[in-house]
Design a protein around this ligand. Sequence first.
Ligand SMILES: [Zn+2]
Length: 302
Amino acid sequence: MDAQRTLRRPISCVGIGLHSGNKVQLSLKPAAADFGIRFRRTDLGDREVPATVQHLAGIQLATGLARNEVSVETVEHLLAALVSLNIDNVLVELNSPEVPIMDGSAAPFVYLIQEAGVKTLQARRKYLKIVRPIAISRGDKRIALYPSDHFKVTYSVSYDHPLLRHQSRTLRITEDSFIEDIAPARTFTFLKDVEMLRQNGLALGGSLENAIVLGETGVLNNALRFEDEFVRHKILDAVGDLALVGHPVIGHLVAHRAGHALHTEFAAKILEEVDSWQLLESLLPIEPRPLGVPATSPRLAN
Ligand SMILES: [Zn+2]
C-alpha cells in the first residue's frame, strides 16, 4: 500500500446535480504519479481545479473548489471514495459545476473505481502523519486530530430531533471498512429545511432517491441502510473533506457536531500547523514489480 495508485482505465457515468437538478456527465481518467486529484470542466475549455485546500471555495451545504473563475461543487463524496480506495492520482472530468449526487452516498463512486480497476505506479506515496494534536472548536462544534498508528475517525452528532439526539461511532478507515461501513451511508436533510432550500434555488435535484429526509418523527424514506446511517455519513463527509490536505492522513480524527465548514477550515489549519505532522515516505519496496523484472533477493548486511 506504499506505492501511488491510479485507475487502470477511464470510466464515466451520468447523474444529476443536487442543487441545479441538471444532468451531469462525470468521467474518471488515469493520471501519472504526483498528479494528485484534479477536476476538469469540459464545458469551460478543459480548465482545471486541483482538489486541495488552496482552492477551497464557498461552503454552503457541500464542499466546493474554485480557481480562476472555474468552480466545482459537491466534491466530498467522490473524494472520500477516491482516497479511501487509495487512488492518489486521477483526472475528474465534469461537464457541469456539480459532481452528480447519485444516490446521496459514495457507493456508486466505489463501484465506478472498482469497475475501472486500479493501477500501481512506480512512485512512493507520501503520508501526512500527525505527531502533535491539532484542534479547533466553534461554539459546541469541535474537530481534532491526534497521533495514531492508523487513520481512524470518531464522529458524534446530536440534533434536536427524536431520531438523532445522539449518534457516535469510531472506525478505523481502511479500503474494506470504507466500502462496507461508510460508502453506502446517504446524506440526510430535514423536511423543514427542504422548502427553505428550494426557495433559495438549492436542492432542485434533491429527492428521496438521493437523500434521507427526516420528518418530525421519522424518516420519509422506506428504510435506512444502517441504524446509525446519519453518523456514518458524517464520517464519509469528514473523510472526503480531509482529502483536501493532499496526502493520506495517519492520525485519529475526532469530530463533534461538525460540518463541511469546520471540516474544511480544519483541513486548511492542518497544513499551517507544520510542527504537528511529518510527511512520511514509506521505505518499503514498491509492489508489484513490472512484468519481466526478476525479484531481487534480500541483500545480506556486510
Ligand atoms: Zn455528504
